[in-house]
Design a binder for this molecule. Structure first.
Ligand code: BES
Ligand code: ZN
Length: 437
């Protein structure tokens, strides 16, 4: 892709110099069509600069203080199409001009379906009531904005909920600090034989509506539904005691709504550390059935091979209808993983144009989506099948130490009954004799 405006090296150097004391400088990319909106939103901010642009993407530097205004203007003027990304370095931001979608790295993945017996054993453990209660709790908070106290509380609440699913010492639940109040949450089930190969299921924990920190932003569909869906998958898998050969991670990303900030940090960290991520599934909006088919596989900023695998999983295990659609921009955290060279997919609740219109407002409530969580359960079934097949999960072994046997609590009650009858009989005989004598 050819650069139209040349990078301003002087500004770039200034950006690499130590940050000014107060506001943090952010490097962002926006769709070139949204450049005017971004310029107006940041007009008050003296630090706003366009560093580079091509036909599709513009690289900007802004003060962090201008991020709220920018986010609101993007949502107001571009509907849901004003996606932008926050980058760690100028080099990374400029990369977006040359290679907006990096090809997935690594050897080909074996997508054969080999564990129908495991999937069929675990699917009945999915409880719609559990999924519903997670949406209710998260959407009951004032907002989950990445800089608000309730946004921070959402992270610790979810960590504690995930921790309550198991007493296993090898399963960890951690908070990831990004330098703002809300933290990402990561649950890890270590793999047995292929522990360095990682399968990730994620969604975003934050919500947004006009007003930022002070707003009412229930985000019941966007994205309490996705977090509740993957939470129920984690609960069902742990309750079933299955053991994945590959490491399985569940991630609730912070700060998606303000430029995929949490997921970009984690994905770039994984790339830097050379983590072998086999596949990533993103669940963002699962509980509003807006179209004639059930599950829509987003075809842009995702991996075609993994998307085809999801289609086969739906046919084999979910019993739902599906088709492909596109966002047309980097609309959620799957795009962060794709940008860093990993295979990612996003099964979505509706055709893009038919999706829930209440998102990013105080009206994104459970009433607007689905109180019966029937739609979200289809995504929970899909994500369960994805986790089992891709992470190669096996049913728990029933061996001599776990099987009930002599000396365990399943001991027969017969000896006790016999003893009680004998004691009663003895007392009766003795009592009779005493009365007579
Ligand atoms: N859940 C939305 C993305 C979405 C909305 C996908 C409607 C499909 C249909 C997500 O949380 C979001 O709002 N993303 C931002 C972009 C992000 C990079 C700031 C958006 O769409 O504006
Ligand atoms: Zn959103």
């Amino acid at each position: 892709m050819r650069l139209i405006s040349i990078v301003n090296v002087a500004i770039g150097m200034a950006l690499l110099a130590p940050a000014p004391a107060l506001a943090e400088r952010l490097l962002i990319t926006v769709g070139a069509d949204a450049l005017a909106t971004a310029r107006t939103a940041a007009a008050e901010d003296t630090g706003f600069e366009v560093l580079a642009a091509d036909e599709d993407v513009a690289v900007l530097s802004i003060d962090e203080a201008a991020l709220d205004a920018l986010t609101e203007a993007m949502h107001a003027h571009h509907g849901r199409c004003g996606g932008f990304m926050v980058h760690e370095s100028l080099a990374d931001a400029l990369d977006a001009l040359d290679a907006p979608v990096a090809p997935a790295d690594g050897p080909p993945v074996d997508y054969r379906l080999e564990r129908p017996h495991v999937v069929r054993a675990v699917l009945p453990a999915i409880e719609p009531g559990q999924l519903l209660s997670t949406i209710e709790h998260l959407s009951g908070m004032k907002n989950r904005y990445y800089r608000s106290p309730t946004g921070a509380a959402a992270s610790t609440w979810l960590r504690d909920r995930w921790r309550s699913f198991t007493t296993r010492a090898d399963v960890t639940v951690e908070l990831v600090d990004h330098g703002y109040p809300q933290r990402s949450v990561v649950l890890t089930i270590p793999g047995t034989t292929l522990a360095d190969e990682v399968v990730i299921i994620g969604g975003h924990l934050d919500s947004i509506a006009p007003g930022g920190t002070g707003s009412d932003a229930p985000g019941a569909d966007d994205d309490a539904s996705g977090i509740a869906t993957l939470t129920e998958v984690a609960r069902a898998l742990l309750a079933s005691g299955v053991r994945p050969q590959r490491t399985l991670q569940f991630m609730a990303y912070a700060a998606e709504e303000v430029g995929l900030r949490g997921s970009l940090r984690i994905a770039s960290d994984y790339r830097r550390r050379g983590v072998n991520v086999v596949g990533v599934l993103q669940l963002d909006m699962t509980n509003y059935q807006g179209s004639d088919r059930d599950i829509w596989l987003i075809a842009d900023h995702t991996d075609a091979g993994q998307n085809a695998f999801l289609g086969r999983l739906i046919d084999a295990y979910v019993g739902a209808t599906w088709a492909y659609d596109r966002c047309g921009y980097a609309c959620s955290d799957h795009a962060a993983w794709t940008r860093h060279g990993f295979r990612a997919s996003m099964p979505f609740e509706a055709r893009f144009r038919d999706s829930n219109r209440a998102i990013h407002t105080r009206k994104d409530t459970l009433e607007r989506s689905d109180h019966n969580v029937q739609h979200a359960v289809k995504f929970a079934r899909l994500a369960t099948a994805y986790a089992i097949e891709l992470a190669r999960a096996d049913l728990p072994a029933v061996d001599a130490t776990t099987r009930p046997g002599p000396g365990s609590s399943s001991r027969s009650p017969l000896p006790f009954v016999a003893l009680a009858i004998a004691a009663f009989g003895l007392a009766f005989v003795l009592g009779n004799r005493m009365l007579r004598g």
